[in-house]
Design a protein around this ligand. Structure first.
Ligand code: ZN
Length: 198
């Protein structure tokens, strides 16, 4: 790292802190950035700071948004009595891309994992339970089919059952361990349509 000026070293170090960016990629990106037109580098830096400062969690569904409430929760066209529970905002985006789901969402920001020490209090479950005090007909659990996703689904269904609200789980057409965001729309829709009551 000493071969570079301290400014480049610093940029490489900052970039290598990003997920799945190793040292080699960080170096490649750093040199790409310093060779960019100045305005482009400025707008990249500006977009990072702006996103970090202005993006927050929707006070209703906890997805990332730039207002108090996200456009989906704010929409009168959506069925607010059907809530789909997903692990993260990327999974929400995957279902939105299908254009066929008209309910609302709840984003957990993670899944229960005893192995990683992530418990129910570490994900946005409390917020979900508060929402269920309003009129809700169905909660669709669309967590991933990984061990963590299944553990989370079981936990949530046990929590909701006593309330009498219908709890369903998306069909397991989704490959085991598969992240929802990488699954094509047809498979996602089939999983949604084939959901079963827990
Ligand atoms: Zn929302």
């Amino acid at each position: 790292m000493d071969y570079y000026s301290s400014r480049i070293s610093n940029l490489i170090e900052q970039l290598s802190k990003l997920p799945s960016i190793g040292n080699k990629t960080a170096q490649r990106l750093a040199f790409h950035i310093v060779n960019m037109p100045k305005e482009q580098a400025e707008s990249l830096a500006g977009a990072i700071v702006d996103a970090r400062e202005n993006i927050r969690y929707c006070s209703e569904c906890c997805t990332l948004t730039d207002g108090d409430i996200c456009p989906i929760c704010a929409s009168a066209k959506r069925d607010h009595r059907t809530i789909m529970v997903v692990e993260n905002s990327r999974d929400l985006a995957a279902y939105e891309k299908t254009g066929k789901y008209d309910g609302v969402y709840h984003v957990l920001h993670g899944a229960i994992s005893p192995m990683l020490g992530i418990g129910p209090a570490d994900i946005r479950l409390k917020e979900l339970m508060i929402r269920l005090e309003k009129d809700v007909d169905e909660v669709i659990i669309a967590t991933n089919s990984s061990l963590e996703g299944e553990t989370t689904a079981m936990y949530i269904s046990k929590l909701i059952k006593p309330t009498g609200i219908k709890v369903t789980r998306i069909a397991s057409g989704v490959p085991v361990g598969g992240d929802l965001e990488y699954i094509d729309e047809v498979t996602l829709l089939r999983a949604l349509e084939g959901r079963t009551e827990l």
